[in-house]
Design a protein around this ligand. Structure first.
Ligand code: GDP
Ligand code: MG
Length: 181
């Protein structure tokens, strides 16, 4: 116990976005370092944690992986946004509809964040499926950057399926991403 850093700060992060964009896989990758073999559809909210040591300080990321079902969401949504430190807005780069839904998710955030200026991140997932073969019908990086800028967000394109840009085991980080740019 004595070897643990003296301080531990917890950050609550909520993961928001349309169904099937990969919110559960992303949080699993981030917290467990792997792509889950199988995922169940999330009901309500799941919690996962990731511990980080940043300059001798222990940081705990508490990820709230949410689901979009109306009947669960209505009663829970205020809890999601309470004392939140950051919001991840996730879309699927191969699913423009999930990108078009973002304004509704931004509006939900606005309505529930009590006017606080919470750090927000735009996360374009499934970047492993992006390639020259399927270029049309995808969300371009330019489109996403424009949206991120307009809403004061930082953009990341990620893949829960590849180790790039994610997870405790960061072998080969960035390689895969770079190949598609
Ligand atoms: P959620 O509803 O947003 O939580 O989405 P899930 O995490 O349940 O993922 C939905 C589907 O997308 C599953 O079949 C996953 O295997 C798949 N998936 C999630 N992330 C990725 C990714 O980065 N790349 C690929 N190719 N598939 C993914
Ligand atoms: Mg889920």
């Amino acid at each position: 116990v004595s070897s643990l850093p003296a301080r531990c700060r917890t950050f609550k992060i909520i993961v928001i976005g349309d169904s099937a964009v990969g919110k559960t896989c992303l949080t699993h990758r981030l917290c467990a370092g792997e792509f889950p073999r199988r995922v169940e559809a999330t009901i309500g909210v799941d919690f996962r944690e990731r511990l980080l040591d940043v300059e001798g300080e222990r940081i705990k990321l508490q990820m709230w992986d949410t689901a979009g079902q109306e009947r669960f969401r209505k009663s829970m949504v205020q809890h999601y946004y309470r004392n939140v430190h950051a919001v991840l807005f996730v879309y699927d780069v191969t699913c423009p509809a999930s990108f078009r839904s973002l304004p509704a998710w931004v509006e939900e955030c606005r309505q529930n964040s009590l006017g606080l200026d919470i750090p927000r991140f735009l996360v374009g997932n499934k970047s492993d499926l992006r390639g020259p073969v399927r270029a049309e019908g995808q969300v371009s990086r330019e489109q996403a950057l424009k949206f991120a800028e307009a809403h004061g967000m930082t953009l990341f394109e990620t893949s829960a399926k590849s180790p790039a840009n994610s997870g405790p085991k960061r072998r080969g980080a960035g390689e895969r991403e770079a190949a598609f740019q």
